[in-house]
Write a protein that binds this ligand. Sequence first.
Ligand code: HEC
Ligand code: HEC
Ligand code: HEC
Ligand code: HEC
Length: 505
Amino acid sequence: MNAKFKLTEKSPWLAWTIFLATIVVVFLLGLLASSIIERRAEAAFVNVPKNKISEFEPRNEVWGENYPREFQSYYGTSDTLFRSKYNGNAMIDMLEEDPRLVVLWAGYGFSHDYNQARGHYYAVTDIHNTLRTGAPKKATDGPMPTTCWTCKSPDVPRLMNEIGVTQFYTGRWAELGPEIVNPIGCADCHDNETMNLTITRPALIEAFERIGRDVTKASHQEMRSLVCAQCHVEYYFDKKKVEGAEYLMYPWDNGFSAEAMEEYYDNLEFSDWTHAISKAPMLKAQHPGYETYMTGIHAQRGVSCADCHMPYKSEGGQKFTDHKMQSPLNNIANSCQVCHREEAATLMANVYERQDKIIENRDKLEELIVRAHIEAKKAWDLGASEEQMKDILQGIRHAQWRWDYAAASHGASFHSPVELGRVIAGAITIAQETRIKLARVLAQLGFTGEIPYPDISTKEKAQEFIGLDIKTMDAEKEEFLKTVVPEWMKEAKKREDSWEVVTVY
Ligand code: HEC
Ligand code: HEC
Ligand code: HEC
Ligand code: HEC
C-alpha cells in the first residue's frame, strides 16, 4: 500500500477536501474558458471592418476607422514631451547641442540644419521644414531629388505603383510635393486585405535579392524588424544604375559592418560630397539602425524592433500592438519588463551606462576628426600635392564614416554597444594615424607648429567659421513654407476628395 492511500484512509476529511477543491478548480477553469470565448467574440466584433480599404490607400484615417486602437496609438507619435538622457520624442537642434557637427559636415546640407528625429507623425512636416530640402519655387528647383521622399509616407508605394519605381526616383524633390502628404502609416507596413506585415519599399527587396535572400520568405518574427528596416537603414542614391534617376540602394552586398559597407562604397568610388575644408571625398552615414541592431545581443536572441518599440498593450480587455513607436524608456513596463525582472530604474541605468560609455569615446573621436579637417586645409594652403594628400584624405573619409556609423545609427549605443565600441576604437586609430601623416606632410612643407583649434563653441560661430549664410536660407525657407507648401496641400486635398471610400456597413 502506498503512503497516499494510507493517508486518505486514516482521515476521510482529506479525501473530501481534495474532491471539493477539484470541483472548485474545474468550475473556475470553465469560467475562464467562457471568458476567453467571449473576448474572442468581442475581438471579432471590434475588427468588423467599417471601410473597404483599397490597395495603396495612403490615408491613415481611413484605415483608422477599422482599427481604432492601433490608429489612436499611432497618433501617439505626435507626442513631443518625453526626453531621455540622449533621446526621446522632443525635437533637438543637434547643431546647437554639438557645434562640431557643423565642421564635420562642411559643404553638405547637414551643416545647415540637423535635428534629432521625432515621431512618425511629423515625417512629412519635418522634411518640409528642414533647410536641407532648400526653398524650391518650381517643380524643377532645389537641392534634393525625389528619392528623398521614400521613407516619409504611404503615398510612396501608391505613387510607385502609379508611375513606376524608376520614375519615382527621377526628378527634383519639389516635383512630388503635392503627391506626398500623409505621414508614415498603415500602408507602409500592412497588406490592405489581410493586415499581414508586408514590405513596400523595393530598395529592401532588391538589397536582399543581391545577397541571395528572399524577403517574402522571412519569418513572422523577422518581419517585426524588417518593416522598420525599410527606412531605418544605411542607403545612398545611385546615379549610375539608371540614366537620369537617383536610384535608392542599400550598400549591403558585402555585409552590414562599417568595414563591409565602406569597402562597397570605396569600390564604387562613391562619395556623398567633397568636404569644404579638407577636400576629402566624404561618406554620410544615414541611419544604419537595422544593421547595427543586427550585431547586438537582442537581435542574436531573436528580439525584434517591435518587441521593444511596439509592445503589446491592453485596453478594455483587448490586447493589441501599441503603435506609438518611441523611446522604450518612456514605457519600460511593457517594453522591457515582459522579459527582464529588474526594476525600471535598474534597466534605465543599464541603458544610460552603455550610452555614456559609447559617447565618451565617440566625443573624443569627433574632436580628432575636426582637427584632421583643419590640419588638411593648412597642408593644402601650404601647397601640398594631390599625391601627398591622397592617403590622408582617405583616412579622414574612413574615420568620419565610422564616427557617423556610430552616431547616426539611432539607438545603437544601446542596441549594440560592443560593436559600436569596436568601430569607434578603430576610427580613433585611423584618425590619429592620419594626423601623424599630416604632421609629416606639414613638416615637409616647412610647418612644425600647432594648428589652433577654432572657436566653434556655438552653432552660429561654427557656421560662420565654415562661411555659411544661414539668415538668407531661413528667410527663403519661411517664404517656401508660406507660399509653396499650402499650394501642395490644396492640390493633395482635391485629389483625396475625389477618392470614394466604400463603407462596408
Ligand atoms: C512601421 C510599421 C507599422 C505601421 C506604420 C503600422 N503598423 Fe500595424 N503593426 C505593425 C507591427 C509590427 C504589428 C505586429 C504584427 C504582428 O506581430 O503580427 C502590427 C499590428 C497591427 C494590427 C494587428 C493587431 C494588433 O494590434 O496586433 C493591426 C490591426 C494594425 N497593426 C493596424 C495598423 C493601422 C491601422 C496602422 C495605421 C494607423 C498601422 N497598423 C501602422 C507595424 C506597423
Ligand atoms: C517609411 C519609413 C519608416 C518606417 C517603415 C519606420 N520608420 Fe521610424 N522613422 C522614420 C522617419 C523618417 C523618422 C523621423 C521622423 C521625424 O523626425 O520627422 C522616424 C522616427 C522614428 C523614431 C524616433 C521617434 C522618437 O520619438 O524619437 C523611432 C523610435 C522609430 N522611428 C522607430 C521605428 C520602428 C521601431 C519601426 C518599425 C516598427 C519604424 N520606425 C519604421 C521612418 C520610418
Ligand atoms: C523579448 C524579450 C526581451 C525584451 C523585450 C528585452 N530584452 Fe533585454 N535581453 C533579452 C535577452 C534574451 C538578453 C540576452 C541575455 C541572455 O541571453 O541571458 C537580453 C539582454 C539585455 C541586456 C544585457 C545586454 C548586454 O549588453 O550584455 C540588457 C542591459 C537588456 N537586455 C536591457 C533591456 C532593456 C532596457 C529592454 C527594454 C528597452 C529590454 N532589454 C527588452 C530579452 C529581452
Ligand atoms: C531590446 C529592446 C530594443 C530593440 C530590440 C530595439 N530597440 Fe531601438 N531602442 C531601444 C532603447 C532602450 C533605445 C534608447 C532610447 C533612449 O535613449 O531614450 C532605443 C533607441 C532607438 C531609436 C532612437 C529613439 C529616439 O528616441 O530617438 C530608434 C530610431 C530605434 N531605437 C529604432 C530601432 C529599430 C529600427 C530596431 C530594430 C532594427 C530597434 N530599435 C530595436 C530598445 C530597443
